[in-house]
Design a protein around this ligand. Structure first.
Ligand SMILES: [Ca+2]
Ligand SMILES: [Ca+2]
Length: 279
């Protein structure tokens, strides 16, 4: 009888057991499939996938983000705080992220992220904004294969506080909330486009900076209460723009594995009210 000390047996053991860690886990309290996978490993299969080999072809940063399901247990990824996320999800600072391949409205995007056990991304810092810019793409792995041609626009979990603000409310008096319960003010981080139309402070863009309720020199605008990230008109530079919720762009989802499904569905009084919230 073979023992696990023989190389062949070790390989067989690895091949049999690896698939267990490939897919999504099912949260017991919801029946939903959701990230993250839970096993931290550092795969170094002889002749097969190797975290070290992939890192030597790209960078450890890329490996820890895009191959976390195999490599989150590697020293370099542990040091970076990576957790194991499923295939096609990116690992960053203890959360998992994914851009949808299809374009959706704001509410369809929000529901999609909830079905993954997460929310539309809440951008809490400049670092997270920069990461979002790197993954708001139409390609599956823009971290390993970054290309300008696949940059795109994404819905983010930023919305105007219900019952506040009209088309007349000046930008600096509008109250914007993130779906994770933080606010632009509490995070101390904002990145609205200041000259929509032609980037920031360059060229002759719309003088009504964001969030502008779609006001232009030619239009009085209307109430707009949701935010899109990274528009072409701003050179895909990671700025934020208020946009009608019917706009079809990609959904940028964020999963925090520490948040229970119950907490995910809990909403502060006076915050997001539009139905369907739990669809
Ligand atoms: Ca976040
Ligand atoms: Ca706008």
């Amino acid at each position: 009888m073979k023992t696990l000390s023989s190389p062949l047996a070790l390989l067989s053991f690895a091949l049999v057991h690896l698939p267990d860690t490939y897919g999504l886990i099912v949260r017991e309290d919801s029946g939903r499939t959701s990230p993250p996978v839970t096993v931290a490993q550092c795969v170094e299969t002889q002749g097969g996938f190797s975290c070290n080999a992939v890192a030597s072809q790209s960078t450890w940063e890329a490996v820890c983000m895009s191959k976390s399901r195999f490599c989150s247990g590697c020293t370099q990824c542990v040091a970076a705080g990576a957790i194991a996320c499923p295939e096609n999800w990116f690992s960053f600072q203890g959360h998992c992220y994914q851009t949808s391949m299809q374009k959706l409205s704001y509410y369809a995007s929000r529901n999609l992220c909830q079905s993954h056990g997460g929310r539309l991304i809440s951008i809490n810092s400049a670092l997270e904004n920069a990461m979002a810019q790197r993954i708001c793409h139409t390609a599956a792995d823009p971290i390993t294969y970054p290309k300008d041609s696949t940059r795109t626009s994404c819905w983010i979990g930023l919305y105007e506080k219900p019952g506040t603000g009209t088309v007349q409310t000046p930008q600096n008096e509008q109250i914007w909330l993130w779906l994770d319960g933080t606010t632009v003010t509490s995070n101390g981080y904002t990145n609205w486009a200041e000259w929509p139309g032609l980037g920031n402070h360059d060229g002759q863009g719309n003088h009504y900076y964001e969030p502008n309720n779609q006001k232009t020199i030619a239009s009085a605008g209307f109430n707009v209460r949701h935010a899109v990230f990274n528009k072409a008109e701003g050179g895909f530079k990671g700025f934020w723009y208020d946009n009608p919720s019917e706009t079809l762009v990609h959904a940028l989802c964020e999963v925090d594995p520490k948040v229970t499904v119950a907490a995910l569905h809990a909403v502060k009084p006076g915050w997001e009210t539009k139905i369907p919230l739990h669809a």
